[in-house]
Ligand binder design. Structure first.
Ligand code: 13P
Ligand code: 13P
Ligand code: MG
Ligand code: MG
Length: 369
């Protein structure tokens, strides 16, 4: 069969009633476009939404960053944007920051996560999509699942998993090119932790098995405000994770999401809120949030998808959602103050910066008597 590629390309191209969810017509337009124009290009596809973001998953044999696959998805979003405009949806075409297509969608606005591999006999993988947050939201769950036997007993029980994993971490504040560092677990877990402490700057981009060299994880690392030069919505990342056998089990990858860690995003992309695990095609509500993450499990054989199984549609996660709701309410009692909002550096492009600059000029040094 040779190698197959999984590609997720995701964009916010407009939504109903604010940043809530895309319309049915929007989803249908994107799906019909992929079905028709992708006929001789892709093997299979799945389309869904998380909050106001539409994600297209395709399987094909063309490798990552393929211009035809990327253009197919970009054009589907362009087609969808026409419908969004017709319906007067909010933020129509929001994530299509550049429209002249050149090679692939990286740097154009949409988020991308891709994995190319030789299929195993049985090939399970997970498709994560988050809304009202950025790629740093995956830092802690990935760190725990790929280093800690509290979450992945595979480190004790499987000699292959015990060999550990290589983390590729990106400095997303560097905008001229990809600035990355490779660190290995378990030997360098404290160095990894020292970087991941700052999820606004350092983001896990990929993870590789040290036993087999295979790539296990791919995370989108788009920084919309770096492309647009101003705030145009949160990055709302996607992620692919292969599971089982030589990799952590599906349940081990999912376990850390029960923490509902506080992440960047929420209202106007400028706050801190708990990451709530939600069912597929969930909308957004309270305070343009809370930040949400969905996870769909698939099996793939010769590029054909079976699934999805909705990982967070299970009674345990109802309990976690209640906990996350409580955490969301708790931090909202802080209003704009201290830990409830992101640091100044993350507000860099907002109107608040201009306000603060103006106020800065009005400060005076009081003369000593
Ligand atoms: P594997 O079949 O991938 O080893 O999975 C083990 C398991 O029991 C999952 O919890
Ligand atoms: P999105 O990035 O999901 O469009 O959200 C934007 C926003 O500002 C919500 O308050
Ligand atoms: Mg939006
Ligand atoms: Mg969004």
């Amino acid at each position: 069969m040779g190698k197959i590629t999984l590609s997720i390309i995701k964009a916010d191209i407009g939504s109903i009633g604010g940043h809530v969810k895309p319309s049915k017509e929007l989803l249908e337009t994107v799906e019909n476009f992929i079905k028709e124009k992708g006929k001789n290009l892709i093997i299979d596809y799945y389309i869904g939404h998380t909050g106001d973001d539409i994600a297209i998953l395709t399987t094909h044999k063309r490798g990552p960053l393929d211009s035809k696959i990327h253009k197919l998805c970009f054009d589907a979003f362009m087609e969808g944007t026409k419908v969004a405009k017709k319906q007067g949806l909010y933020g129509a075409g929001q994530d299509l920051l550049k429209t002249a297509f050149s090679g692939n969608v990286k740097g154009m606005g949409p988020a991308v996560a891709e994995l190319e591999f030789e299929e195993r006999k049985s090939e399970p993988f997970l498709f994560f999509a988050a809304d009202k947050t950025d790629a740093g939201c995956f830092n802690l769950p990935l760190y725990l699942a790929f280093t800690d036997p509290m979450f992945t007993p595979g480190f004790m029980l499987s000699p292959v998993i015990k060999k550990g994993f290589k983390f590729v971490i990106m400095d997303v504040s560097y905008t001229k090119a990809d600035r990355i560092i490779e660190l290995v677990a378990p030997e360098q877990i404290y160095d990894i932790a020292a970087l991941l402490r700052d999820p606004n700057r350092f983001v896990i981009e990929s993870i590789f098995s040290r036993a087999t060299g295979e790539q296990v994880v791919s995370v989108s690392t788009t920084r919309l405000h770096n492309i647009a030069g101003k705030y145009v919505g949160k990055d709302d990342p996607v992620m692919l994770v292969r599971t089982q056998k030589n990799f952590p089990a599906t349940g081990e990858i999912l376990a850390p999401y029960a923490i509902s860690p506080y992440v960047s995003g929420f209202m106007r992309g400028s706050h801190i809120g708990p990451l709530m695990p939600v069912k597929k095609n969930s909308p957004i509500s309270f305070f343009d949030g809370p930040p949400i993450v969905s996870c769909l499990a698939f099996s793939v054989k010769n590029g054909k998808l079976t699934g999805p199984a909705d990982c967070f549609d299970q009674p345990l996660w109802d309990f976690i959602r209640e906990k996350a709701a409580q955490k969301a309410k708790d931090i909202r009692e802080q209003g704009f103050y201290g830990a409830a909002m992101l640091p100044y550096s993350e507000l860099e492009y907002g109107g608040i910066v201009k306000t603060l600059e103006k106020l800065e000029k009005r400060f005076i040094i009081r003369k000593k008597k």
